[in-house]
Design a protein around this ligand. Structure first.
Ligand code: ACO
Length: 428
């Protein structure tokens, strides 16, 4: 017999079916509550609301499990490249050699951007945050490829739009950094692999030709993979809800970039480094900041700690912590910020406040430290998160369209004024 729960309201009983996922996780299907009782459900911040069913990513926050299309994040991060994981997320299976070559070639031919993008870029003030630049450049793609506005026209068109955004995103990201520094932009070199091409566009200077470094390329692949998807988080839900209005891929992903920017979400990696710098400047007084984080009247939070769904260790944080040690050692970087982060983590993990609230380091706690060691400035950290999350957003947008999901439109409980008479402006 299929499972159900029974809702008893004002003497009426309604059976609500239980939906079971492939990992035996259960949800109550509440879709008929309103038509049967007039009630809606209220769940601010969607803390316990499933917005969709999805075949892309499975995570168990209690057990610290994260899998994409069935493959564990630990295996993907140690064995795959970022383009391979992108293919997996978007098309559902790990590619064979030929499929991967085709996919990478399809992306490669789209790395160059229209010269007019340089004019848009020039219009920004030099200190513009690269996340703002990036989101507007991604939306601007619709102006250069208007056919992308109607993805229902053909599957091929969707594939081209996907290759285009994967190809152009690294170019835009690197150019937004060059803009901030006032340095000349670097054009893509399609002889290089995906990550090396991006690193060259970021770091090459007229006086310093780019040298490939496998430690840096490997670290970048790993970091991007670790951020590649995370089911229905704030930015991904934003992408899906914008896409549910049948908005096309570029504006939907641009909306995701804006959602990610916030310090409670992807902006946390920049906020972590700023917090660690602040603690360093304050004489490494960790206790003071732990106290501040616990004080209800103090808005300070321990950035990089806590997660909406992980109530056990974030598996990505474990991998990143190890990678941070490894990368810094291989690059010969001795960053006291890493030692400070480790001390802070240890103290927080033993503190009753953090233990009781199940607050563990999240993916952002150590990622900024690696990015810093690789030469990225803090304002690029969230851009790097967006770069990693790109295939996740694409796959979620694609799945949402293929499933023909309805327009996303939550309800509310109104708590404002009751109907009242309009008062003429002279009598107010
Ligand atoms: N420092 C101090 N206290 C915290 C922290 C923190 N980092 N995180 C949560 N808490 C406390 C809250 O004050 C709250 O306490 P209360 O129950 O006494 O009111 C309790 O723990 C639960 O926190 P909520 O904010 O209600 O939980 P939520 O699931 O909404 O928050 C969030 C998750 C936003 C990530 C939160 O832990 C946070 O702000 N962390 C710092 C920012 C951060 O690192 N964000 C990145 C998240 S990962 C990602 O998006 C990639």
């Amino acid at each position: 017999m299929s499972k159900k729960v029974t809702l008893n309201y004002e003497g009426k009983e309604i059976d609500l079916p239980i939906i079971t996922g492939s990992e035996n996780e259960n949800a109550i299907d509440i879709s008929k509550i309103r038509s049967e009782t007039g009630l809606i459900t209220l769940d601010k911040g969607y803390k316990n609301t499933g917005s969709t069913t999805s075949k892309i990513t499975y995570l168990d926050g209690e057990k610290g499990i994260l899998r994409h299309r069935g493959y564990s994040i630990e295996e993907l991060a140690s064995k795959s490249t970022f383009t391979e994981v992108s293919y997996l997320l978007i098309y559902g299976e790990l590619p064979n050699i030929k499929q991967l070559e085709d996919f990478e070639n399809r992306i490669r031919v789209h790395t160059l951007v229209h010269e007019d993008f340089k004019i848009i870029l020039e219009g920004y003030p030099s200190k513009a945050h690269p996340m703002g630049i990036l989101s507007s450049l991604i939306t601007s793609l619709t102006a250069f490829y208007p056919e992308s506005l109607d993805p229902s026209r053909s599957k091929n068109l969707v594939d081209i739009s996907i290759a285009r955004i994967l190809g152009k995103f690294p170019t835009f990201a690197a150019w937004s950094y060059k803009k901030r520094n006032g340095h000349p932009i670097i054009y893509p070199d399609n002889k290089l692999d995906y990550c090396s091409n991006f690193l060259r566009m970021m770091f090459e200077l007229p006086s310093e030709p780019f040298k490939q470094n496998s430690v840096i390329t490997d670290a970048l692949n790993k970091l991007l993979i670790l951020h590649a998807d995370h089911e229905q988080n704030c930015s991904t839900s934003t992408v899906r809800i914008v896409g549910s209005a049948q908005s096309s891929i570029y504006p939907s992903i641009s909306a995701g970039i804006n959602a990610l920017w916030g310090p409670l979400h992807g902006g946390a990696n920049q906020a972590v480094i700023e917090m660690l710098d602040r603690i360093t400047k304050d004489g490494n007084n960790i206790d003071k900041y732990i106290k501040k984080a616990k004080d209800k009247n103090d808005p300070f939070r321990l950035m990089g700690f806590g997660h909406r769904v992980y109530k056990n260790f974030d598996p990505r944080a474990k991998i990143i912590k190890k990678a941070a040690d490894n990368v810094l050692e291989k690059l010969g970087v001795n960053d006291p910020v890493l030692d400070l982060a480790k001390k802070l983590e240890k103290i927080a993990l033993e503190d009753q406040y953090f233990v009781d609230k199940k607050l563990y380091p999240n993916v952002d706690f150590y990622s900024g430290i690696i990015y810093k060691a690789l030469g990225f400035p803090p304002e690029m950290f969230t851009v790097m998160f967006a770069f990693g999350r790109l295939p996740g957003w694409i796959s979620q947008w694609k799945e949402m369209r293929e499933n023909k999901e309805p327009l996303g439109r939550p309800r509310q409980i109104y708590t404002g004024e009751n109907a009242r008479k309009y008062i003429d402006i002279t009598k107010r």
